[in-house]
Design a protein around this ligand. Structure first.
Ligand code: ZN
Length: 239
């Protein structure tokens, strides 16, 4: 078998049919923007079809620009929460179907039990039939912690699709599913690409508007272009 190259979805991928997903659908985002980058087209397709989509944000997003004087943590957190809700509104998810837990950005692994309890409480508003959760080996510590914390703590029987954000950008071969580990489903943005791009664009703090922290985080234009152009990738374990 040829070594997998970054950015190359597994060959045996099938197409994800949004009509086959049962609602309520919850998308779990470790950081504000993960839902747009990883699942923006699918979320828009679901809400366009009248599906009930909810969003759960685990972290406060407050660590992207730690040295900025213009955006001290409290302002950054407040701004990123507003960006998150604005991006979701573009995708058809109203603010009243969002829940932000506010755990510290970059340190989710240290709050597993509290996150489980808070997530369970949030899910009670609309018990999920389908959950979009980060893939357990998406290469970011908070994304891995999100999977590790929540995959075994989801209420009742629900279908879990594991989405990717950084796998195609920085994944090593072992970060991809091993043969037989997971079924791969893809969803081409096609008719929803513009909405997905607009949802990503809502995250202005991640796109260079904060200029006084040279070490701060900025989404690379080519990463955004790939996210808008290429099929979203979902893994399903034990379907
Ligand atoms: Zn993230």
């Amino acid at each position: 078998m040829a070594a997998r190259v970054n950015g190359t979805p597994p060959r045996q991928a099938g197409l994800l049919d949004p009509a086959a997903l049962t609602g309520p659908v919850w998308v779990v985002a470790p950081h504000p923007d993960d839902e747009a980058l990883g699942c923006g087209a699918l979320i828009a397709a679901l809400t366009d079809a009248g599906q009930e989509v909810w969003a759960l944000l685990l972290s406060d997003g407050g660590f992207s620009h730690p040295a900025s004087a213009a955006y001290p943590r409290e302002r950054l957190v407040r701004t990123r929460l507003a960006e998150w809700r604005a991006g979701l509104a573009v995708l058809g998810v109203p603010a009243e179907r969002t829940a932000a837990l506010g755990f510290p950005d970059g340190a989710l692994a240290g709050h597993a039990q509290e996150i489980q309890e808070a997530a369970r409480a949030a899910f009670r508003a609309a018990p999920p039939a389908t959950v979009l959760l980060p893939w357990g080996r998406d290469p970011h510590p908070d994304h891995r912690a999100a999977w590790a914390t929540l995959h075994a703590a989801l209420p009742g029987p629900c279908r879990v699709l594991l989405y990717t954000v950084w796998l195609q950008e920085r994944g090593q071969e072992g970060d991809w599913p091993a043969p037989g580990e997971a079924r791969t489903l893809t969803f081409p943005p096609s008719g929803w690409a513009d909405r997905k791009a607009a949802a990503i664009a809502a995250h202005a703090t991640q796109l260079g508007t904060i200029t006084d922290d040279p070490g701060g985080f900025t989404l690379a234009p080519d990463m955004i272009a790939r996210a808008v152009r290429e099929p979203e990738t979902y893994f399903e374990v034990n379907p």
